[in-house]
Design a protein around this ligand. Structure first.
Ligand SMILES: *Cc1c(COP(=O)(O)O)cnc(C)c1O
Length: 399
């Protein structure tokens, strides 16, 4: 179909909740995607931290093909091998003892919020339900996760919000101390704020939060939906900070491109959920679990890809610092861990994103003025060199 007709139909039939770029993506392999009119793009967004192995990784594709012929879906009324195997893989590689599967990041966080409330009610005996979250955070778009998200721009128009949330500035321990009350049951944070502009806390912040949780008997919920699955150069970002949470949520990169979310926790906290407490029709479906198993096994083979992520992350930051030398008045900061990297500008970065796209490079802008790079973890130096050349050209033209 002609591109103009596709774009017209898209606008005509699909609800207008995204401001989309006027291209229609049709095919992807590794670092590249192609639009319906055959134009090639180098993808430094990777589905926003989803396509950790690049597009259509053969191991993931073949695993999905095989499973599609075996069993697509049954029901959580029954046990299913892929779900069991995936839960075991995640437990063996994390602090957690138990996993609940769902279909997205918001759902994983929703499950975490419900579990924290139920655990507190049962184990702490009092009316504890309040959860402290950070300003500038992002936890999802359902009513509870939208409320957990400490950004008014996402909440506006959807009031009344869910009761029981309190917000503190990120990376501010005294603010948390002041916000803990007799009603507090948990503190919920991203180890690095992703949508909020790639904000990295001080090295000892999460350790201090963990100590506060221990002291006051609170649960620490870490939202690793964006930072998990090797993105920051370790399997989970909290490993950088020498702590473990009580509850961790995953989604984005977990399935290598298929929709799957997970909430992980300890046996102690998991005991608050019994049959009937929480459920999902599709959660942990054999098709998506098979894709996630193939993704994790490929990611962890010899630790090769996570090493690559660390090396390429350093190379990308170094290359961006080279740009900073050229445009010192415009680039405020370059920061990130692994391949979650932000370059903060003094101005709106949408025109840069648009101009890069016209030149066949896909980058993302978050928080208005932060160029965010979340490429597949298999990105190579030559890809980074090409992207930097284009960015250099575009910035020279626009600034
Ligand atoms: C993307 C994201 C979410 C929401 O995930 P969905 O799958 O879109 O519901 C939640 N938390 C963080 C940190 C995210 O980056």
């Amino acid at each position: 179909m002609e591109i103009k007709k596709l774009l017209d139909d898209s606008n005509h039939y699909i609800m207008n909740t995204y401001s989309r770029f006027p291209i229609v993506l049709r095919k992807g392999r590794g670092m590249k995607v192609w639009s319906s009119d055959g134009k090639e793009y180098l993808d430094f967004v990777g589905g926003i931290a989803v396509n950790i192995l690049g597009h259509c990784h053969p191991k993931v594709v073949i695993a999905i093909q095989k499973q599609a012929q075996r069993l697509l879906h049954a029901s959580n009324l029954y046990h299913m091998e892929p779900q069991i195997k995936l839960a075991k893989l995640l437990v063996e590689r994390s602090f957690a003892d138990k996993v609940f599967f769902c279909n997205s990041g918001a759902e994983a966080n929703e499950a975490a919020i419900k579990l924290a409330r139920k655990y507190a009610k049962e184990q702490m005996g009092t009316n504890k339900f309040e959860i402290i979250t950070a300003f500038n955070s992002f936890h999802g778009r359902t009513l509870a996760t939208l409320t957990a998200t400490g950004q008014e721009k996402f909440q506006k128009g959807f009031e009344p919000l869910v009761p029981g949330f309190r917000y503190v500035p990120f990376n501010d321990i005294p603010a948390i101390e002041r916000s803990i009350t007799k009603d507090t049951c948990a503190i919920m944070l991203e180890p690095i704020q992703g949508e909020g502009g790639v904000k990295i806390p001080d090295a000892d912040y999460l350790k201090s939060v963990r100590e506060l949780c221990n002291k006051h008997g609170l649960l620490l919920i870490l939202d690793e939906v964006q930072t998990g699955m090797g993105r920051t150069g370790k399997l989970f970002a909290h490993e950088h900070f020498g702590i473990t949470p009580d509850i961790m949520t995953l989604a984005k990169g977990l399935g290598g491109g298929v929709p799957i979310g997970a909430m992980l926790t300890t046996d102690k906290v998991a005991s608050a959920f019994q049959p009937g407490s929480h459920a999902s029709t599709f959660g942990g479906n054999p098709l998506v679990c098979t894709a996630a198993i193939a993704t994790i096994e490929t990611l962890l083979e010899d630790g090769f890809i996570i090493d690559q992520c660390n090396r390429m992350g350093e190379y990308l930051k170094k290359s961006l610092r080279g740009l900073h030398g050229e445009f010192p008045g415009v680039i405020v900061d370059i920061r990130g861990m692994g391949l979650l990297i932000g370059m903060e500008l003094i101005r709106d970065c949408d025109p840069i994103v648009k101009a890069c796209m016209e030149r066949g490079v896909i980058v993302n802008c978050t928080s208005g003025n932060v160029l965010r790079f979340t490429p597949p973890l298999i990105v190579q130096e030559k890809d980074i060199d090409h992207m930097i050349d284009i960015l250099d050209e575009v910035m020279g033209m626009l600034l």
